[in-house]
Design a protein around this ligand. Structure first.
Ligand SMILES: Nc1nc2c(ncn2[C@@H]2O[C@H](COP(=O)(O)OP(=O)(O)O)[C@@H](O)[C@H]2O)c(=O)[nH]1
Ligand SMILES: [Mg+2]
Length: 341
């Protein structure tokens, strides 16, 4: 897209367009929020401040699972089911791997064909640059924009291979782990703590000659979940089977998402979850801001290469190196060295 032909960014116009549910403006607003340029960050903050009061009414569903589990296919089917019922569905992704691979989990657009063409849906791939913390923060901000634009179901997809599941669980109301039979429990996170985050486990690809294996896997997951999690809390995690390909089990899956949400609301746990998430978000933004200021600090910039080399060579303990860098950071703009070339 040519820089010259892009209209000047006007927060008022973006606010109006987003509130009117204009998808092109929403996409533009998300691009602004994802931008790392200083002046864009200022505009993005202003926009988010104005729109935040209009957000918070949507159901936020997180979906994770190893690559190939069928997440995209499932979201396409579930999303289409929901838009058919009058919902407006936004799909966002948290994919910290996309920077390295140059691709994105939503890159294979073919698997969300129906939703991508659906006027009641909005599909947005992951921001392609940045740390997991940064990507997660941007996705959270995009969520606010989507909610302000009138999307009442937000689905956040992530690949279940790293820490991103935790980040997504921390920005959604109901967290679904998609698994498949025979892919190895360990790989799928059953021993890695992902199951501790799950409100629902869906064993996908329960179709054709895989149906029996899926049912058996579901029974195993059910037993494992019982060992893993007690009965405390408003909601006891459930395991079900589905086929994203045929659509079987998608309606029951959504029904259980709603049931989970209702239970959380009834016990006041949804409000509690969201309050905790907002607090965590605050500190995440502080971390991110501190790190950006640290990296941009001239005094730190002068010292960092030498200190890093010394630590790498083993001539300086990391504890001492870190202390020196933090001491340099404590000086405003490297004032002690001002005037030096
Ligand atoms: N048999 C069967 N295949 C499925 C099902 N869901 C997805 N697939 C296939 O599994 C592959 C990976 O699906 P995809 O949605 O891209 O998985 P993702 O990587 O988790 O997003 C594709 O070839 C799909 O057609 C299902 O329910 N049954
Ligand atoms: Mg996918």
């Amino acid at each position: 897209m040519s820089q010259a032909r892009r209209p000047r960014l006007d927060v008022g116009a973006l606010e109006e367009g987003v509130l009117a549910g204009d998808r092109a403006v929403l996409a533009q607003a998300i691009t602004l929020v994802e931008s790392r340029k200083g002046d864009h960050r200022v505009l993005a903050r202003e926009l988010l401040t104005r729109l935040a009061p209009r957000a918070g009414q949507a159901i936020r569903v997180g979906i994770t699972g190893i690559p190939g589990a069928g997440k995209s296919t499932l979201i396409d089917g579930l999303g289409t089911l929901l838009t058919g019922r009058g919902h407006r569905v936004a799909v966002l992704a948290v994919d910290p791997s996309s920077e390295r691979t140059g691709g994105s989990i939503l890159g294979d657009k073919t698997r969300m064909d129906r939703l991508a063409m659906d006027p009641r849906a909005f599909v947005r791939p992951s921001p392609t640059r940045g740390t997991l913390g940064g990507v997660a923060a941007r996705t959270r901000e995009s969520m606010i924009l989507c909610e302000a634009a009138g999307y009442d179901v937000i689905i956040v997809e992530t690949v279940g291979v790293g820490q991103s599941e935790t980040a997504v669980a921390q920005m959604t109301d109901v967290f679904v782990v998609l698994v498949i039979a025979g892919a190895g429990d360990q790989l799928q996170g059953i021993k890695r703590g992902v199951m501790e985050l799950a409100d629902l486990v869906a064993v996908n690809k329960a179709d054709g000659d895989r149906a029996e294996a899926a049912r058996a896997a579901a029974a195993e997951f059910r037993a494992a979940m019982r060992l893993l999690r007690g009965s405390e809390g408003a909601w006891r995690p459930e395991v079900l089977t589905c086929s994203a390909l045929t659509g079987d089990g998608l309606e029951p899956l959504w029904e259980r998402v709603r049931a989970c949400l209702d239970a959380l609301v009834a016990h006041g746990e949804l409000a509690l979850r969201r309050r905790r998430q907002t607090l965590r978000w605050l500190w995440q933004l502080v971390d991110e801001g501190l790190r950006a200021r640290f990296d941009a600090h001239p005094g730190v910039g002068r010292l960092a290469p030498g200190i890093a080399a010394a630590v790498e060579a083993g001539t300086l303990p990391p504890t001492v190196g870190a202390e020196r860098l933090l001491a340099a950071f404590a000086h405003p703009d490297g004032a002690d060295e001002r005037g030096a070339p």
